[in-house]
Design a binder for this molecule. Structure first.
Ligand code: ARG
Length: 459
């Protein structure tokens, strides 16, 4: 046990209490952020005349040495310290002596940990955002190649109307585009520096908070020291953005699993992204898609846990807040892993275009267009709906598609039908005529693609 706060105590901390209280086993992850924050703090203390230039130089050299040694593995972060802050300070004092004892002047672990966590979350938000871009790029490429790859669009998982693969992919492009914008937005809002908030009530030292905020790349300092040490909104926002990303990935994975099933065979997941069965030799399972779908639960769990932890906390810092870390780390690690694997799976997946097209043809996805044909020839829509319903029934009885029903049969039910009905209900026509903004028609999707291209260039 090695503590920063022994002075007013007359007994040793109970061993179990010490372990229960300690956070080093997980907060050691942000040693680099902790040291970076300390260096900024020390630069500011010297600028304000609170430390001498020599003390500043000594402390910065000491901290830089610790950073390098931890990075290359020659200095191990041992768990005899309560947390990463204690570890770094103790290592500094051991290396440079008395000057090291001045590092914590005008600072508390409360504003220190608030800063470390924010620095960490801010970096991770950027890394996550870059991975979202990889997914968008993969989707974009599939869209570009499949403007005229027809497939059924579904509602209630029942074939509804024909669309294209580009259109289906485009829906996901929109989702991940919003995810990118959410991350950017959260980044902007979280970019204020809590350092200098002290334990909760600022400090009597003449700190220059603008200066430390600028060194650390923040837009400025937080404006209330109580909020500065106890705000975890930015983490909640990040976890909620991650939950939504996972929801999108999970829906996409669910579709990939369905499409990859023996019944659908719309896609084939690459061997490199599939797994086998220990007993059934024929099996090739979509485990990666299933795991991404499965891991969505733990990310929601992280968001929910932190929300519940925060809800009853009086101002300002409370130890409950130490619980923010493991959930956040777990969620961030998992989402990064999922985004990376998902992008790889998507890029290597084979789309069976003929199967998709066949499926669109044989699911009466053009029934609405057959009704529209009648409407265009003066039949009221409600009547048209009934006529086509009867045609569909005839086709079901015969086991054929609307495209294969003879003109004679068509005219038996309505004499309005002419030879051009076949052209009117072909997949090419059905899809090609839907060219309002956002519709599946290749012309409309090409317009969306042009916008997406610019979007990705500016990303
Ligand atoms: N390990 C603590 C945390 O993660 C650091 C802050 C400790 N502050 C305190 N007053 N005990 O929240």
């Amino acid at each position: 046990m090695a503590q920063l706060w022994g002075g007013r105590f007359t007994k040793e901390t109970d061993e179990l209490v010490y372990k229960f209280n300690a956070s080093i086993s997980f907060d050691k992850r942000f040693y680099a952020q902790d040291i970076r924050g300390s260096i900024a703090h020390v630069m500011m203390l010297a600028k304000q005349g609170i430390l001498t230039e020599t003390e500043k130089e000594e402390i910065i050299a000491g901290l830089t040495g610790i950073l390098e040694d931890v990075r290359e593995g020659s200095l191990e972060i041992t768990e005899e310290y309560e947390d990463i802050h204690s570890f770094v300070e103790a290592a500094l004092i051991e290396r440079i002596g008395d000057a090291g004892k001045k590092l914590h002047t005008g600072r508390s672990r409360n504003d220190q940990v608030a800063l470390d966590m924010k620095l960490y979350a801010r970096e991770e938000a950027l890394l996550l955002d870059r991975q979202v871009k990889e997914v968008l790029l993969a989707i974009y490429d599939i869209m570009e190649e499949n403007l005229e790859t027809y497939m059924p669009g579904f509602t209630h998982l029942q074939k509804a109307q024909p669309i294209t693969l580009a259109h289906h992919m485009g829906a996901y492009f929109e989702m991940f585009k919003r995810d990118h914008e959410r991350l950017q937005d959260i980044y902007r809002r979280m970019n204020t520096c809590p350092l200098g908030s002290g334990a909760l009530a600022g400090t009597t030292y003449p700190l220059d908070r603008q200066y430390t905020a600028a060194i650390l790349g923040f837009d400025g300092p937080t404006l209330n020291s109580m909020d500065g040490v106890s705000d975890r909104d930015y983490l909640l926002e990040l976890l909620s953005a991650l939950s939504i990303i996972m929801m999108h990935l999970s829906r996409f994975c669910e579709e990939v699993i369905i499409w990859n099933s023996n019944e659908y065979q719309f896609v084939e997941i690459d061997d490199a992204y599939s797994t086998g069965s220990s007993i059934m030799p024929q099996k090739k399972n979509p485990d990666i898609a299933e795991l991404v779908r499965g891991k969505t639960g733990r990310v929601y769990g992280a968001l929910n846990s932190l929300l519940v932890t925060m809800k009853g906390l009086p101002l300002a810092y409370n130890k409950d807040m130490q619980e923010d870390k493991e959930w956040a780390f777990d969620a961030i690690d998992n989402v990064k892993g999922c985004l990376m694997l998902f992008a790889g799976m998507l890029r290597t997946m084979q789309f069976r275009k003929e199967r998709m097209e066949e499926s669109a043809k044989h699911g009466f996805t053009n029934a609405t267009d057959a009704a529209d044909y009648l409407v265009n020839h003066g039949v009221p829509f409600r009547d048209a709906h009934g006529i086509v319903g009867r045609l569909v029934l005839t086709c079901i009885e015969k086991g054929i598609a609307l495209d294969d029903l003879s003109l004679e049969e068509y005219r038996k039910i309505s004499p309005v039908f002419k030879e051009d009905i076949y052209e009117a209900i072909s997949l090419k026509t059905c899809v090609g005529k839907r060219v309002t903004t956002g519709a599946p028609g290749p012309a409309a999707m090409q317009e969306a693609l042009n916008i997406y291209k610019r979007y990705l260039e500016e990303y």
